[in-house]
Design a protein around this ligand. Structure first.
Ligand code: HEC
Length: 113
């Protein structure tokens, strides 16, 4: 009986550690690039409305140059953080601080591809 209890505790610790490790590597914003970090965020959260055909607000975000243009205008950061006069993007709810931080760092670093 004791052996079973110890096994269960040991296993739950193992899973906790795994979840933590995964979380920190998913949140790595040291040197974000478009291909490795920004494009996946856009594809998961924006492209459904901002793809190549009939994009919402006339804003397409399916290439590096299109995303770069929004970043240089300030509307990428403005919509993610919901700063006036921009409306929040995605409209359904803010991205995680981690993802917004990655986008900020990418812009500060000069939009590396
Ligand atoms: C559910 C659909 C939807 C999703 C998902 C979505 N958008 Fe939008 N977006 C819109 C609509 C509609 C507009 C135009 C009206 C407005 O500005 O509210 C818009 C406008 C914009 C604009 C132009 C804002 C301006 O004032 O110039 C930008 C930039 C933008 N979205 C970026 C994003 C980004 C980045 C994401 C993902 C993080 C995203 N959107 C996700 C629907 C969406």
């Amino acid at each position: 009986m004791l052996l079973i209890a110890v096994t269960v505790v040991a296993q739950s610790c193992y899973y906790d550690n795994k979840a933590e490790n995964y979380g920190s590597s998913a949140c790595d914003s040291a040197n974000p690039t478009y291909t490795a970090n920004i494009q996946p965020i856009i594809n998961q959260n924006c492209i459904g409305c901002h793809g190549s055909s009939g994009p919402s607000g006339g804003v397409s975000l399916h290439t590096y140059d299109l995303v770069k243009a929004q970043a240089l205008k300030g509307s990428l950061s403005g919509t993610l953080k919901n700063t006036s006069p921009y409306s929040l993007m995605p409209p359904g709810g803010k991205l995680s601080d981690c993802k917004i931080g990655q986008v900020d760092k990418w812009i500060r670093n000069g939009l590396p591809q």
